[in-house]
Write a protein that binds this ligand. Structure first.
Ligand SMILES: *Cc1c(COP(=O)(O)O)cnc(C)c1O
Length: 380
């Protein structure tokens, strides 16, 4: 990897914070007990470390420690939440509501459940990416079991009004799941107040390691979830498998850091983002996708018309066109917002993070302007 390649793809994954890596390394090199081996000190000290991490994760989102179930990431958390609720209520209510701009880990799981006999309503968003309130109200019916709406969109950074949607779900007796993979450390989450039943989390979008996540499962409503992985009965029977202590410790540390840094980091990144955005929006034929006000400061998503820019040829900056999972395909998120597929423009998602410097942002502003100009002149 070239040393001077500027990383602006933080929505795909973030660099592990060195403080997190240091904490993790102890659990790879010096400590190795299985946290379920409680009859000796090796296991006991791992179990203590897992408990601490559970508390760190719970604290960032205002949950209780016993409401955190470890998983391998947000994909698994989404699968466990949606399949777990649906399968536990088989033969009762069979209707599921979600939004067309959700992550594929939600959409594809919902489609799979349709194959199992569930009915789904996938709502189109407003053109700014926010939930269409009237459509949502209409979609939640007598037989609706479950509604899934993400907190922060991974492509546009748009923030949904989870409080209001949750209140509506409560009123209609619908289980409410929120994919918060892109939200932790960026927006305040207080589950003591938010009417959310299930929330998916991951470490690697918040400067922790890949391959570890969690599902918040609210304890005070007697939610029934059917386990999707069977085995040793770990995590109160909801998710079997030996707990990966080093990963868990890393997630805990990354969430504690996120809590401490969130306010100052958001302020700094917003200044950088606004400077870059202003520069790009001053160019002809550049359009911002997604609402600017209800949006995390880390995200710029633009369509550049009259320009077929291949992002692979950008040798100075690493960014994506849409989500990392899509490769070269067009974006289902942007298409859903526009109501059609736009093949004429270049789609660019620029996602800023903890380690981007002012110098990098200023360089990228000029660099992208130059690349867009060359592309339009056909001089690439
Ligand atoms: C990254 C992401 C996921 C998938 O998370 P993994 O931990 O990589 O499985 C799910 N939802 C959203 C919104 C994401 O950004």
């Amino acid at each position: 990897m070239p040393a001077n390649l500027i990383y602006l793809d933080n929505a795909a994954t973030t660099r592990v914070d060195p403080r997190v890596a240091e904490t993790m390394s102890v659990w790879l090199t010096k400590q190795w007990g299985n946290p379920a081996s409680l009859n000796h000190a090796f296991g006991q000290s791992s179990a203590k470390a897992v408990d601490k991490a559970r508390a760190q994760v719970a604290q960032l989102i205002g949950a209780k420690t016993n409401e955190i179930i470890w998983t391998s990431g947000a994909t698994e958390s989404n699968n466990l939440a949606l399949k777990g609720i649906a399968r536990a209520h088989r033969g009762q209510r069979r209707h599921i509501v979600t939004i067309a701009t959700e992550h594929k880990a939600v959409l594809d799981t919902v489609h799979w459940l349709e194959g199992e006999g569930f009915k789904a309503t996938v709502l189109a968003p407003q053109s700014n990416g926010l939930v269409d309130w009237a459509a949502l109200e209409e979609a939640l019916r007598e037989d609706t079991l479950l509604c899934s709406v993400m907190l922060v969109n991974n492509e546009t950074g748009v923030i949904q009004d989870i409080q209001a949607i949750g209140e509506l779900c409560r009123k209609k007796n619908v289980v409410f799941h929120v994919d918060a993979a892109q939200a932790t450390g960026k927006v305040d989450i207080n589950l003591q107040q938010l009417p959310v039943d299930l929330m998916s989390l991951t470490a690697h979008k918040t400067y922790g390691p890949q391959g570890i996540g969690a599902l918040f499962v609210r304890s005070d409503i007697a939610l029934q979830i059917e386990a999707q992985l069977h085995g040793g009965g770990h995590e109160r029977g909801l998710r079997s498998g030996t707990l990966p202590t080093h990963q868990i410790v890393g997630m805990g540390e990354s969430y504690e850091l996120a809590k401490a840094l969130m306010t100052s980091e958001n302020t700094r990144i917003r200044i950088q983002r606004d400077r870059l955005l202003k520069h790009l929006m001053a160019l002809d034929g550049v359009e911002l996708n997604g609402d600017l006000e209800h949006r995390i400061p880390h995200n710029i998503n633009i369509s550049i018309d009259n320009c077929a820019l291949d992002l692979n040829t950008l040798t100075a900056v690493a960014l994506s066109s849409a989500s990392a999972c899509l490769g070269g395909q067009s974006s289902h998120v942007i298409n859903a917002m526009k109501g059609h597929s736009d093949t004429q423009s270049t789609l660019m998602r620029i996602s800023l993070g903890r380690f981007n410097t002012d110098t990098e942002i200023d360089f990228v502003a000029d660099y992208l302007e130059d690349q867009i100009r060359r592309c339009r002149q056909g001089k690439r």
